[in-house]
Design a protein around this ligand. Structure first.
Ligand code: PAF
Length: 284
């Protein structure tokens, strides 16, 4: 496994892998790797890719007052995880390597970035799409793997790739969950034992909603009220940013579930903002 810091080195190593006929798979990460990231790496390796993992805590996707400084950083452990999971190349750039001295060009996906997390994290998706566009231009992967846990992110990136004719496929891989249902996330490290226990309410609420929708209750205000009740009952829940039921393509709120829907929520447990979602299909 090679570990490099510069764009020139990435380009040269990827070029020789491509010359050997390999398909290039990219797993973009901000480090603090966990079983969710490992599932993406495993998928890339299983797909037979020359697997590149980028580790970069991207400053431009944090809004003022968010946790950029305290975001968990654990490079040595991350590199061991990459090695143990057969990663071929790890790209660990500095902010200057990625952004240079003055960035004047940004990638912004309209509409899809406005609802859900876009409402609460202004500029966040612009930072995500810009760094992903950069990584795609640096690595030139055939495939990039993202977690379904960040459903809006995956949808936004797919749209950017389609709109800008970027020559790669985006694969969204299933959310990995802790035994109590909590979606695995680097930010789970911030939770106290009580908060971690309470955080199970998020997936419980999503599952309850799916169950109700499948039993024929399709009016979304009623479903959202039920999810809210379950979440508010957990003692360490501090604030609900949103609980929404939206169209899986436009991300616009649905009045009624007719077939497919994305149930998505963002909730502060103690001081930690967690997101989760599930895709449901009431016809299957
Ligand atoms: O999902 C993440 O960890 C980040 O948003 C990503 C895609 C690595 C971009 O910094």
């Amino acid at each position: 496994m090679e570990v490099v810091k510069t764009i020139t080195e990435v380009r040269s190593l990827v070029k020789s892998a491509r010359e050997q006929g390999k398909t290039i798979g990219l797993v973009p990460t901000m480090g603090a790797l966990h079983v969710g990231h490992i599932s993406l790496i495993e998928r890339s390796v299983r797909d037979g890719c020359f697997t590149v993992v980028s580790i970069f805590v991207n400053p431009t996707q944090f809004t003022p007052g968010e946790d950029f400084e305290k975001y968990p950083r654990s490079l040595n452990t991350d590199l061991k995880i990459c090695k143990d999971n057969k990663v071929d190349l790890v790209f660990v750039p500095t902010a200057e390597e990625v952004y240079g001295k003055e960035m004047l060009t940004w990638v912004n996906v309209e509409k899809l970035t406005e609802p859900l997390c876009g409402k609460f994290r202004p500029g966040h998706f612009r930072g995500v799409t810009t760094i992903c566009a950069k990584l795609f231009n640096i690595v030139i992967p055939d495939v990039a793997y993202f977690g379904q846990k960040d459903a809006q992110q995956a949808i936004v990136i797919k749209k950017m790739v389609a709109d800008l004719n970027m020559p790669l496929e985006i694969i969204a891989c299933p959310t990995v969950r802790e035994p109590n249902g909590l979606a695995v996330s680097s930010r789970n490290q911030y939770l106290s034992p009580d908060e971690r226990k309470d955080a199970a309410c998020l997936y419980n609420a999503l599952q309850r909603c799916e169950q109700m929708a499948k039993s024929g209750i399709t009016h979304t205000p009623q479903l959202i009220a039920e999810m809210r009740k379950i979440i508010e009952a957990a003692p360490t829940v501090k604030q609900i940013d949103y609980i929404e039921i939206v169209d899986t393509h436009s991300l616009q709120p649905l009045e009624k579930i007719t077939d497919k829907a994305l149930l998505a929520l963002a909730v502060k447990i103690g001081a930690t903002r967690l997101i989760d979602n599930i895709l449901i299909d009431t016809t299957s």
